[in-house]
Ligand binder design. Structure first.
Ligand SMILES: *[C@@H]1O[C@H](CO)[C@@H](O)[C@H](O)[C@H]1NC(C)=O
Ligand SMILES: *[C@@H]1O[C@H](CO)[C@@H](O)[C@H](O)[C@H]1NC(C)=O
Ligand SMILES: *[C@@H]1O[C@H](CO)[C@@H](O)[C@H](O)[C@H]1NC(C)=O
Length: 246
């Protein structure tokens, strides 16, 4: 049985993964067509296409994220980690522009622009804080974050690898640029014995969302861009560049 399964998997690998027939293929470099095709793919397959390495758009689960990690010495330090992250809302993303993707993909700059009306990020946080030699906590609780009116531009740098005489892309760098309409963060159970204080701190976050976002963006973006590279490389590793286009 196992041998048979392995055999079938090998056959599939040799024959190569193909785009579904209801998805329009484009000519190399036709940014407008590629844009429409990706939008079709997102609309028709919100749960992704496991055969092509495409994960669900409505349920993106990046790995754990260590936001702050300070050595536990001195009078002030902060460790902050997000675990079990689940992001929804990518199923409502719209690709707004695509450039590059010429016959030789390394020739021109690869850029994909996206708009996402609302991204909801749910996770569990774990925080250790020491402040003024007095406050020391090991707190864990639910973390809820929401990003509204997200404009995302992805700049990709790729290399081309050959397998069975077909070209496969591999991303070695992804530089995201992010613009936000609004950012919203809520940490539950922040002070387990003081709900008022928890609410007050969350109110401060809400009222100062821009400053808060500016502080954490440099920590968050590289981590999400690593997840994005992984996500896209799963696709590029499954579907050859030659099979993506006419
Ligand atoms: C995505 O769009 C659907 C339909 O408009 C909506 O019900 C859903 O709440 C949206 N998802 C998010 C995370 O905003
Ligand atoms: C904090 O709590 C977590 C789980 O509640 C535990 O795994 C961790 O060892 C604790 N860390 C410290 C420094 O007490
Ligand atoms: C988000 O965009 C919509 C439509 O462009 C706009 O009406 C709304 O005010 C924006 N909201 C935020 C928080 O930027």
């Amino acid at each position: 049985m196992r041998a048979l399964v392995t055999f079938v998997i090998c056959l599939e690998m040799v024959s190569g993964a193909k785009l579904p027939t209801d998805i329009e293929k484009c000519r190399y470099g036709d940014g407008n067509c590629i844009k429409n095709t990706i939008n079709q793919l997102i609309r028709r397959y919100p749960k992704g296409l496991p055969k092509l390495g495409i994960s669900p758009f409505n349920d993106f689960r990046p790995g754990d994220l260590q936001l702050f990690q300070a050595p536990q010495v001195g009078s002030m330090w902060l460790n902050f980690k997000l675990i079990n992250q689940v992001i929804s809302g990518c199923e409502n993303a719209t690709v707004t522009h695509v450039s590059g993707f010429q016959r030789d993909p390394t020739k021109a700059k690869l850029e994909i622009g996206l708009r996402i009306p609302r991204l909801v990020h749910r996770s569990q946080y774990n925080m250790q804080l020491r402040w003024l030699s007095m406050v020391q906590t090991n707190t864990t609780g639910p973390c809820y974050a929401e990003f509204q009116n997200v404009s995302l531009t992805l700049n990709l740098k790729v290399i081309v690898r050959y397998r069975q005489e077909k070209r496969y892309l591999k991303i070695y760098e992804l530089m995201p640029q992010l613009e936000l309409g609004r950012f919203f963060l809520e940490l539950g159970d922040l002070y387990q014995h003081n709900l008022d204080l928890t609410l007050a701190v969350n109110r401060v976050y809400r009222e100062n969302w821009l400053e808060l976002w500016n502080d954490i963006e440099p920590k968050v973006l590289p981590s999400f861009s690593r997840s994005g590279v992984q996500l896209l490389n799963n696709i590029f590793d499954t579907l050859s560049y030659d099979d993506m286009f006419l």
